[in-house]
Design a protein around this ligand. Structure first.
Ligand code: SF4
Length: 85
């Protein structure tokens, strides 16, 4: 389970409000840079600028993006993605 006290500082800040539900997706330091999340949610997750790990660079703006983010979180092999919304 992802740890919000151990998340990468280069995740995007802010909070998403998608159809009345609030979300703050992030990647923590367990990330092994496998790219599963950016494959599932390319509008929301990508590799960090230093190419060391993935980050959430855009909180979900639509129900479709929220679904993609949830899919990314469910499929992360090391449970490095959290949602503090
Ligand atoms: S799916 Fe998980 S381990 Fe893989 S790049 Fe994304 S956050 Fe990192």
């Amino acid at each position: 389970m992802a740890d919000p006290t151990d998340k990468w500082e280069d995740n995007v800040g802010g909070e998403a409000d998608v159809e009345g539900s609030r979300h703050v997706f992030y990647v923590d330091r367990e990330c092994i840079l496998c790219s599963v999340c950016s494959d599932h949610a390319p509008a929301n997750f990508r590799m960090s600028d230093d190419e060391d790990h993935d980050i959430c660079f855009q909180q979900p703006r639509t129900a479709a993006e929220l679904s993609d983010c949830r899919s990314a979180m469910a499929n992360c092999p090391v449970e490095a993605i959290g949602d503090d919304g």
